[in-house]
Design a protein around this ligand. Structure first.
Ligand code: SAM
Length: 341
């Protein structure tokens, strides 16, 4: 959001001001996403009265939200007061190739409410999400399947930009079997299996997520390459697999829980197997890194992003040796572990 005219020098006060009002934009985008405005504009420009009638909103309030969003390039208003899609707004359509609608809804609803408890979390070391909702994050999701579906879809929009760089950077070809532990909707595993048609895959996630993934994965035409298993990775993970992919799993948990998950993978894997933790490795120093902000999101839900040294220690506690870290063209790296003994 910019509050200055083009070519004017931006003062430090203005820079901080723009940062301070970031939450306003999160909420405005959330409102448009929740009301499905981008879908309502898919067939062409419409007035705010038409939109308000279709999404059961208050027309003049909706107008103010859309006018503000149009001022930063999300939607555009024409001279006749009709709103239309822009490239930024297109991403809020449910059928966009890289849809961001579910992510916008998660960030504006549950996550927004729990970020409001971050100060409490920082003062006490507690989980902001649990303070806001009374239960841990994944318990809440399990108890609210309709919200869990939105969360799964939001995670998928994360997946889209990271998956190809991951498969390009890390060579999966030596493996006969790969398990995607906490694999969500199955998009990541499906991409690995499509690249390696001779490989077998197991998608492992909580039973309700696994059930939903069955329908989604059946649309990927994997011809029997992929098995879907429901379970709890704190109890056990499928045995006899060559590589366990844990993408954005370990960062969801505190060190004790993370070690428990890694240890279960170590116990289950083939003797020459690999554990592949896929996360952003936090670099030292002050350099900008999305992971430093994602770490605050994890602080809110009870997890953390980690440095290389912190991953080395976690692996060692789980009986694994960190053998190498493979960077990718995205911000994530593949942190590879083998049996320590
Ligand atoms: C941050 S998402 C990551 C999804 C996917 N790996 C990706 O990269 O998009 C975390 C996943 O862990 C799953 N999960 C959480 N608790 C679990 C448990 N106890 N056992 C198995 N899966 C679990 C969630 O359902 C969710 O799909």
């Amino acid at each position: 959001m910019t509050t200055t005219k083009n070519h004017e020098e931006v003062s430090t006060k203005q820079v901080l001001g723009q940062m301070l009002v970031g939450a306003w934009m999160t909420q405005a985008i959330y409102v448009a996403a929740e009301l499905g405005i981008a879908d309502l504009l898919a067939a062409g420009p419409r007035t705010v009265e038409e939109l308000a009638e279709d999404c059961h909103a208050h027309a003049s309030s909706l107008y103010r939200v859309l006018r503000a969003l149009a001022s930063v390039g999300i939607f555009a208003e024409d001279a006749h007061g009709r709103f239309s899609l822009t490239p930024l707004a297109e991403q809020l359509r449910s059928d966009a190739p890289d849809p961001q609608r579910a992510f916008a809804i998660m960030l504006g609803a549950e996550f927004y409410k729990s970020w409001g408890k971050l100060l409490h979390g920082v003062k006490t070391g507690g989980e902001a999400f649990r303070t806001a909702f009374g239960v841990p994050f994944f318990q809440y999701m399990t108890e609210h399947p309709e919200r869990h579906s939105i969360y799964d879809a939001a995670m998928e929009s994360f997946a889209v930009g990271e998956t190809e760089p991951m498969i390009d950077a890390y060579d999966f070809s030596p493996f006969k079997t790969v398990a995607d532990v906490g694999g969500g909707n199955g998009l990541v595993l499906a991409s690995i299996l499509k690249r390696h048609p001779g490989m077998k895959g197991i998608l492992f996630d909580l039973p309700a997520v696994a059930d939903r993934a069955r329908t989604i994965v059946s649309g990927f035409s994997l011809d029997g390459q992929c098995q879907i298993v429901g379970g709890d990775f704190f109890a056990s993970v499928p045995t006899g697999v060559d590589a366990y992919v844990l993408r954005h799993i370990i960062h969801d948990w505190n060190d004790d829980d993370a070690v428990a998950i890694l240890r279960n993978c170590r116990e289950a894997m083939n003797p020459e197997g690999r554990v592949l933790v896929v996360e952003i490795v936090i670099p030292p120093g002050n350099e900008p890194c999305f992971g430093k902000w994602l770490d605050l999101m994890m602080l809110v839900v009870g997890g953390r992003e980690r440095t290389e040294e912190q991953y080395r220690r976690l692996f060692a506690e789980a009986g694994l040796k960190l053998s190498r870290i493979v960077p990718t063209a995205a911000e994530i790296s593949v942190i590879e572990g083998i049996r320590a003994s």
